[in-house]
Design a protein. Structure first.
Length: 210
């Protein structure tokens, strides 16, 4: 499931090393003065300035609602649990995992491909896949077991121009969807019907290097 259709050299050349906070991976002087990505990129600085207190409050409210719903669901699951239904529960849980992975991919794809700075992407698991230091041991174990999205797996998505591996819960569906060319086919269809170019907003921000 962690197989990539991109080579290691392609990934290295077209993505930022997120485990290099001191920018030691810059290969030439231009990348140091006009970085293609990272915290010192001009577009990244502008985007950071748009992260308002209101957006932070929105995230906190969303997390609180999510935790509340999880607790309520856990209560009802425990209340209605029956041992004779274990096989059915397992199958339904597995179906739920695949559904959640696809749903996260669909939302992520929609936000990354057609969205703009006004459409934020939230998700703790997604955040963990970008965190290389200080994660709890239980999180890294779940990532290593591919139960939640691993860092190395999600890095494939962050290879420019960020057009693949959108599923961000377990990441199980990323490889088969990429083999089927699901996202690219969907983008071609939308561009053909609506004339909307994918990732136009991303390219606009990426070009701000001066």
């Amino acid at each position: 499931m962690a197989t990539s259709l991109k080579s290691e050299d392609h990934i290295l050349h077209n993505s930022m090393l997120e485990d290099d906070p001191n920018d030691n991976s810059a290969t030439n002087e231009e990348e140091k003065t006009k970085p293609r990505w990272g915290p010192y990129h001009k577009g990244a600085k502008e985007l950071a300035g748009l992260y308002s207190r209101g957006k932070r409050m929105q995230e906190i409210v969303c997390v609180c609602i999510c935790i509340t719903l999880m607790v309520v669901n856990l209560y009802f699951m425990a209340f209605h649990f029956k041992f004779e239904k274990v096989a059915t529960i397992f199958l339904v849980a597995l179906a739920g995992i695949f559904t959640a992975d696809f749903a996260s991919g669909f939302v992520h794809w929609g936000a990354d491909t057609w969205g703009s700075v006004e459409l934020p992407l939230l998700g703790k698991i997604h955040k963990w896949s970008h965190t290389y230091f200080g994660l709890p041991r239980w999180v890294t174990i779940l990532q290593d077991l591919h139960i939640i999205l691993p860092k190395r797996h999600h890095r494939i998505h962050h290879v420019a121009p960020h057009e693949t591996y959108f599923c961000i819960t377990t990441g199980w569906l990323n490889y088969p969807l990429e083999k089927l060319k699901f996202w690219t086919s969907l983008e071609c269809l939308i561009q053909l019907v609506l004339g909307c170019k994918p990732r136009a907003d991303d390219f606009k921000w990426a070009q701000k290097r001066d």
